[in-house]
Design a binder for this molecule. Sequence first.
Ligand code: TMP
Ligand code: MG
Length: 297
Amino acid sequence: VLAIWHQLTKAEIPELAKCSVLMRDRSRVEDTIYAMQRAGAGRLQVISDFDMTLTRFAHNGKRVPTTHNILDHRLLIDEDCSKKIRELLNTYYPIEIDAGWTAEDKLPLMVEWWTQVHELLIQQRIRKDLLAQAVKESSAMLREGYKVFFDRLTEQQVPLLIFSAGVGDVLEEVIRQNNVFHPNVHIISNYMDFDQTGVLRAFQGQLIHTFNKREGALSHASGLRVLQGRPNVLLLGDSLGDLTMADGVSEHQNILTIGFLNDQMDERKELYVKSFDVVLVKDETMEVPNAILKYIT
Ligand code: TMP
Ligand code: MG
């Protein structure tokens, strides 16, 4: 009798059976989704990373730019700066995703990367009024199915916290231009600080990089009123550092973590399956998160 009861209390979602979906413990995933469904949309919050999680990793064989890389536009920065930023990317990105290093080892190097890039950007005296055009002319792209994702969360009045180590001003412009910057969207990111003439002079607040999201979660996310009383969390990310984005949720009940494994698949598969509840391998769509949300809400 117990076995039958158990069968009946599991969520059944056909999208989870696709071969690109890996799970350490399928049964626990189904139980968690079922528990979230029972609690309902009123008890749910979604916390998502931005670059390479809500945006695509690649499209037609070409890498899709991150918010930092969208700034690599001749309107905003000169050729020399562009070259330096690319060199930094080539040096530090392989370290960011290297499965052989711990987050602790990577941390000081990420600070180095972000600090140098932000300093270069500040030297360029970027103009606020040109950001929208740079985004428009970039190849930035959200994942397939993004509209269903954002629109459903809005309809169901579920808050979406976008927690990004990218550039907040650029991130906002990307979602605005895709018509999904809805009132239930909240953003924690690195925001630019402009002088009275609209020229970049600094970045605001504490720097957020891939491996210090826990601190941001504790200092910022935990204080957001709209997230209070929502103990169930759907978390989306593409980096192991993203797993700490829900650390500020007090009295959490059910947390389901979904990880996009975009790059270095063979090297990182084991680690990702160990760390995320659901791993999506080389999947450029929101199909699985959307199917889970449709079931829960
Ligand atoms: P995320 O937290 O929204 O994913 O943003 C962080 C990503 O941005 C991270 O994967 C590294 C990437 N990045 C660049 O692509 N270029 C840069 O210059 C920097 C500093 C970060
Ligand atoms: Mg990311």
